[in-house]
Design a protein around this ligand. Structure first.
Ligand SMILES: [Fe+2]
Ligand SMILES: [Fe+2]
Length: 286
């Protein structure tokens, strides 16, 4: 895909991170990307097969345009209600493979537009916790390689690293956020703020399906970010939501610019999905 910049035909792939490298040389990103910064895209709570219809398209195009060095998936990529302990019908007990297959196709699409980025998938409650519980009830499953998250998500093949949290330069922590206290949908930033205040680190949290952002100034002038990113799940498709019109779920993702050199710092750009579209960097994604 090409676009004209100052009369020259320029590849959208300009500035694409080289495999295994997370530095961007000025010659590759000048003009199109902010010089001296690595780019990161974060999104989460896709909850396949309840995924927001426009969400995949928007994120794929944005990744294609931004060519990030890092991609963080905040967790809950599939619903995995088959693994839950809630009462369910027989039809609800099967279908996990279908969800994993849907997730595989999604990650394959990401690999196609961003083969060389460092990709991190965060552990969560919908899959990780439920899987661990089922395994703890059936200890013979414990050493079976195909029961691991890595194997189920084909992580190695698709280039993803599965972690409980990911921290950049001791400054910015990405975490799914389950088990970090009860959050109130009326106060979206509450849990992220509590983590920021308790641990003195900027936090990007997922899990609550709400969106919010606060800045706190530390005594030394450094800024601490409390960021709560929304979900990519369509509340109309989630059968356990009785009144999808009156929940506080919102759809959003985040773009981050991480400084390449000390003093390390970053910039956060929220991307809100509304009316099946999102505007970022003078472009409408839909
Ligand atoms: Fe979720
Ligand atoms: Fe969650």
């Amino acid at each position: 895909m090409y676009r004209k910049i100052k009369g020259k035909q320029t590849s959208r792939k300009r500035g694409r991170p080289k495999k295994g490298a997370v530095s961007s040389s000025p010659s590759t990103n000048s003009g199109r990307y902010p010089e001296g910064y690595l780019r990161l895209v974060a999104f989460g709570d896709r909850h396949f097969p309840h995924t927001l219809e426009c969400g995949d398209r928007i994120i794929l195009r944005l990744i294609e345009d931004l060519q990030p060095h890092f991609i963080v998936d905040g967790g809950d990529p599939i619903c995995a209600s088959q693994l839950s302990s809630f009462p369910k019908t027989h039809a609800e007990l099967i279908g996990l493979q279908n969800e994993l297959d849907g997730d595989f196709s999604w990650r394959k699409s990401i690999a196609k537009v961003s083969p060389d980025s460092q990709k991190i998938l965060l552990r969560d409650n919908h899959f990780t916790k439920r899987l661990m519980k089922r395994i703890s009830e059936n200890p013979w499953l414990e050493d079976l390689r195909f029961m691991s998250e890595d194997s189920m998500f084909s992580a190695k093949e698709l280039g993803w690293q599965i972690l409980s949290r990911w921290i950049w330069k001791d400054l910015l922590m990405f975490i799914h956020g389950d088990g970090q206290g009860i959050s109130s949908p009326r106060l979206p930033v509450n849990r992220a703020r509590a983590m920021v205040k308790d641990h003195g680190i900027s936090v990007v949290r997922f899990h609550s399906h709400c969106t919010g952002f606060e800045l706190h100034r530390r005594h030394d002038g450094n800024l601490l970010h409390a960021i709560q990113l929304g979900c990519l799940e369509d509340p109309e498709k989630a059968s356990y939501i009785d009144h999808p019109q009156i929940n506080n779920w919102t759809h959003s993702l985040g773009v981050f610019y991480l400084s390449e050199k000390p003093p390390y710092h970053f910039f956060f750009v929220p991307c809100i999905i509304s009316h099946s579209r999102c505007i970022f960097n003078n472009t409408v994604y839909k």
